[in-house]
Design a protein. Structure first.
Length: 209
């Protein structure tokens, strides 16, 4: 009986020792708080603060989207530059050549394209298209006007002069004209393209006139 009592005492001491070690380990590595009313109130306040921040962020995102959408509407009359001067000029030249073919004009017309910066404007450049036609009919001139009209605000007249090809015995006319296209810079295009929904061709670099 004494031996059994001695064994029980050892087991009890060992159990107490293990409980003490377990408590120390739990205190060292396990962190928890009792769900008191004060703690619950603090957590609720934190959640409410996060919810308010989320609402503010959502409102700011909506305002930004509306701003970009409005700017895209205002940018409709502009040619979107791809960032390479020579490439953009070639694209405009190619597009205007297509316009002349659609107007069924003769192939001997003279076209000159020049790009220049606008004073006091950083993100927009002006492209001047000079056109010289000799010995064309008024019907051909009318078709030219119709084709230019189709481009809307993206192509505008700066100057146009029509005169007889021969003052004494006129048969056809000569036309001298300057047209204008406005090109947006790379930074402006990047700003407009930040809207994920703006994936159409009109909102990408080098859009048609």
């Amino acid at each position: 009986m004494a031996s059994i009592s001695k064994n029980n005492r050892r087991q009890f001491i060992l159990l107490v020792f293990m409980l003490i070690i377990g408590a120390l380990l739990a205190k060292r590595y396990v962190h928890f708080s009792l769900p008191t009313s004060g703690l619950l109130e603090e957590r609720l306040q934190q959640l409410e603060s996060l919810r308010s921040d989320l609402k503010v962020a959502g409102k700011q995102a909506d305002d930004r989207l509306q701003e970009v959408t409005a700017m895209q509407t205002l940018a409709a009359p502009y040619w979107f530059s791809s960032g390479q001067r020579a490439l953009v000029d070639q694209e405009i030249n190619k597009e205007f050549g297509k316009l002349l073919r659609q107007a069924q004009l003769p192939a001997n017309q003279k076209v000159d394209i020049q790009r220049s910066k606008l004073p006091g404007v950083n993100h927009i450049q002006e492209v001047q298209i000079r056109l010289e036609l000799r010995g064309v009919s008024m019907k051909e001139v009318s078709r030219l006007f119709q084709e230019v009209y189709k481009y809307g605000e993206k192509l505008s007249w700066n100057y146009c002069r029509i005169e007889p090809d021969n003052p004494r015995t006129p048969k056809n006319v000569n036309l001298s004209a300057r047209l204008q296209a406005l090109v947006l810079g790379t930074e402006a295009v990047d700003y407009l393209n930040q809207n994920p929904a703006a994936g159409s061709e009109n909102n990408r670099g080098a859009a048609a006139l």
